[in-house]
Ligand binder design. Structure first.
Ligand SMILES: [Zn+2]
Length: 137
């Protein structure tokens, strides 16, 4: 099977990088995320670290998007502070992103290997939560 490379939304990567550069040496906020809404808007967020399981930037972004009336995201990317560049989503975020936005694309890969992939490609043999809920009464 041949897969055609999907163009990378570089404006989105730059939006996340711009927010990441504002974080300085914060211990609480070390990652920035940016997502392209279905209507073209860009939503950004940062993580809220806490030892009890504070949310990653991707999860904060889902809430921030909803607060702005954005309920459909096309693409998401996370960028680390201290010039770490694009950072792939953790396992928990991959599952949450798949369940919220099954058609979402995620920008992954460092430097010239940066690419845009379907979120489902990041979770082989995915558990699809909605498939295991009881049908409506
Ligand atoms: Zn995460």
């Amino acid at each position: 099977m041949t897969t055609h490379p999907h163009p990378v939304d570089h404006e989105l990567v730059e939006a996340a990088a711009r927010v990441a550069r504002t974080l300085g040496r914060s211990e609480n906020h070390t990652m920035a995320a940016a997502a392209r809404a279905h209507d073209g808007r860009i939503v950004t967020a940062v993580n809220a670290y806490h030892f009890t399981g504070g949310p990653c930037a991707e999860l904060v972004l889902i809430g921030a998007a909803a607060a702005q009336g954005v309920h459909a995201l096309d693409t998401i990317v996370a960028v680390g502070d201290r010039d770490r560049g694009v950072v792939p989503p953790c396992g928990r975020c991959r599952q949450v992103l798949l369940d919220y936005f099954p058609a979402l694309r995620v920008i992954v890969g460092a430097g010239d290997r940066v690419r845009s992939v379907p979120v489902a490609d990041l979770l082989p043999e995915s558990y699809v939560w909605a498939d295991h809920q009881l049908a409506g009464e």
